[in-house]
Design a protein around this ligand. Structure first.
Ligand code: ADP
Ligand code: ADP
Length: 234
């Protein structure tokens, strides 16, 4: 059974006469797969992400994650949004720990092992090139640095499913390619399924096993490409 299954999904915003954002959407994402979704602005990439994470419920069709029909926000997911959404009154480190405070079963662990999680957050900051920035507030970081911190926040609870919505958009080319390697290593070394939304075809082919191409009005999948050199996972 696929980890994520999207069957014949329609999502319309703004009532029955509103915009049909995606229509007849079908996608099956296997456990451990690295999927990229590419397509022009407005083709429904963000809508797709929100349907999988349970932030939107479709008017027609079914979305399941780990066999359960999605009817509310899903807790096994880590998500990094395109626009960094850090809480301005918290330090970078405390922003990264946020998912642990939200999900009940992590909350206990955080209370009991705060030191361990702080160390883990600091290690993540180091992998994205932000060693020592944990005590800065978001407004003290550049856009690219906030985006990297957001990635740490998506990873702190070791999600089974990692959803990345244009996570590298604000990065300079040098940092971006370094982060591609961070994500690729993460995928190779851990049991994580990744869905990446991007405008960057090169990025999609470099990172993913499968690339879905979407087109707009209404949003739908028009092509599916298996990257020939995708490495099999052990
Ligand atoms: P993408 O992420 O590929 O740019 P979106 O999923 O954001 O595409 O949008 C798909 C379509 O749905 C677009 O036509 C967009 O204008 C519309 N849309 C997205 N969010 C909303 C919303 N909250 N209200 C009304 N229309 C929306
Ligand atoms: P970006 O390329 O991510 O937009 P900037 O050009 O704003 O980054 O910053 C360049 C470098 O300056 C950063 O990589 C970082 O090392 C340093 N820097 C930026 N903001 C701060 C800050 N608030 N405190 C310390 N160093 C910073």
């Amino acid at each position: 059974m696929p980890l994520v299954s999207i069957s014949n999904v329609d999502m319309r915003y703004g009532g029955p006469q509103g915009t049909l954002a995606v229509s007849g959407l079908d996608m099956a994402i296997e456990r451990g797969e690295f999927v990229a979704v590419v397509g022009p602005s407005g083709c429904g990439k963000s809508t797709l992400m929100k349907l999988v994470t349970g932030l939107h419920i479709p008017q027609a069709g079914v979305v399941t994650v780990a066999g359960d029909r999605v009817t509310k926000p899903v807790s096994i997911v880590g998500m990094a949004f395109q626009n960094p959404t850090m809480l301005p009154w918290r330090t970078t480190l405390d922003n990264i720990l946020l998912p642990l405070e939200i999900v009940e079963r992590h909350r206990h662990r955080l209370r009991a092992n705060k030191k361990e999680y702080v160390a883990k957050a600091e290690a993540l900051l180091e992998t994205v090139g932000l060693k020592g920035f944990g005590d800065k507030f978001p407004w003290q970081l550049s856009g690219g640095m906030q985006q990297r911190a957001n990635l740490c926040r998506a990873l702190i609870h070791e999600p089974e499913l990692l959803m990345l919505d244009e996570p590298f958009g604000a990065l300079d080319a040098f940092t971006r390619e370094e982060l591609w390697c961070v994500i690729r290593d993460l995928h190779a070394s851990q049991d994580v399924t990744i869905v990446l939304v991007t405008h960057d075809l090169r990025e999609s082919v470099f990172l993913a096993d499968t690339v879905y191409v979407m087109s707009a009005r209404p949003g739908r999948v028009v092509a599916e490409h298996r990257v020939p050199f995708a490495r099999p996972r052990d």
